[in-house]
Design a protein around this ligand. Structure first.
Ligand SMILES: [Zn+2]
Length: 325
């Protein structure tokens, strides 16, 4: 279906409240709109064309992957499968997140490889990665000597990944990339975080009651404690490095910064990290609230125009690095 210039193949409808509200039946013809011109959305049902024998769409009650009855978290639209440690897509999702570029950044392994290692019985959780041996991997389909060695080396090298990224990699519900950095800088070590009582957790910037609950619950779980013990034995960084501490400051505290263009000295992700380490906030689009734009080469003309019209200063890469010295 062609809709405002792009081909729409599917529109998601995974929210039970919306399914009820639309009173959607099997084989219904639906109206689709693109919200904000990007995400297709089902906005209504053409009742005139409804098959008279069609029954209403009923929301699933059990996890389609593992059959566990679903639960709905208070105040949220989503239903979740509570079988955290036994539900295959959840296990695969957590391992894929752990190895991903922004987390442990392990070379030679992506989502597909994770699935493959799970079905080969070699992975059940993130700690199992550190027990993988070359001989086990090399005999698998799609692996050769070189790729197997790359994977084993990549896993080994991940022991050097800084604590804030390890914390992000653990998949503690509600802890994103930026949150992990803030928490890591405040608590300084995983042991401090584990032993921190609820009220002290809530004193950390951006940690609310729900997140504090999640953290306490995560570390109270025996399964997680066993995984943490194995990761510790594998030599992962459970403390903030002196470099990270030294590189952090309040120089950009409260500042909203947009990154735009191409840079010579550091990658965009590195600049993003620097902004956060120095107390600033990296935002995606320019608005009145933007303090300045970290502008590299070839900044998009529409961004440049918008910045000029709002009077937002452009700071060059070199000036920015000078600022943080
Ligand atoms: Zn499940």
């Amino acid at each position: 279906m062609l809709l405002s210039g792009t081909i729409v193949k599917r529109a998601s409808l995974h929210n039970e409240d919306i399914i009820r509200q639309l009173d959607i039946h099997d084989n219904d013809m639906v109206y689709v709109e693109k919200g904000g011109e990007i995400i297709p959305k089902i906005t209504g049902v053409n009742v005139d064309n409804r098959d008279m024998f069609a029954s209403p769409v009923t929301f699933i009650s059990h996890c389609p992957a593992c059959g566990t009855p679903l639960i709905r978290i208070d105040g949220e639209a989503a239903w979740v499968c509570p079988n955290k440690y036994g539900c295959p897509p959840q296990i695969a999702g957590r391992i894929s997140h752990f190895v991903s570029r922004r987390a442990m950044n392990i070379d030679g392994i992506g989502e597909e490889t994770v699935e493959q290692l799970i079905s080969a019985g070699l992975l059940k959780n993130i700690a199992d990665l550190y027990d993988l041996r070359f001989e086990q991997v090399v005999c698998l389909d799609r692996f050769a000597q070189k790729s197997a060695q790359k994977l084993i080396d990549g896993i080994k090298a991940s022991a050097a990944v800084p604590f804030e990224r390890v914390l992000f990699a653990l998949s503690i519900p509600g802890i994103g990339e930026i949150g992990a950095k803030k928490i890591a800088r405040t608590v300084k070590s995983l042991d401090n975080l584990i032993s921190m009582p609820h009220d002290r957790l809530m004193a950390i910037e951006d940690v609310g009651e729900g997140l504090a609950d999640n953290i306490v619950e995560y570390f109270a779980d025996e399964n997680n404690r066993a995984i943490i013990a194995r990761l510790r034995a594998a030599g992962l960084q459970f403390e903030i490095s002196t470099e990270t501490e030294a590189a952090s400051s309040d120089k950009l505290a409260g500042k909203s910064i947009v990154i735009s263009g191409v840079f010579a000295h550091h990658s965009r992700d590195e600049y993003k990290a620097m902004i956060e380490q120095n107390g600033g906030k990296n935002v995606g689009s320019i608005s009145k609230k933007t303090d300045f734009i970290l502008a590299g080469e070839n900044m998009g003309p529409s961004k440049a125009e918008k910045a000029a019209s709002l009077g937002i200063p452009l700071i060059s890469e070199d000036d920015f690095l000078e600022m943080l010295k």
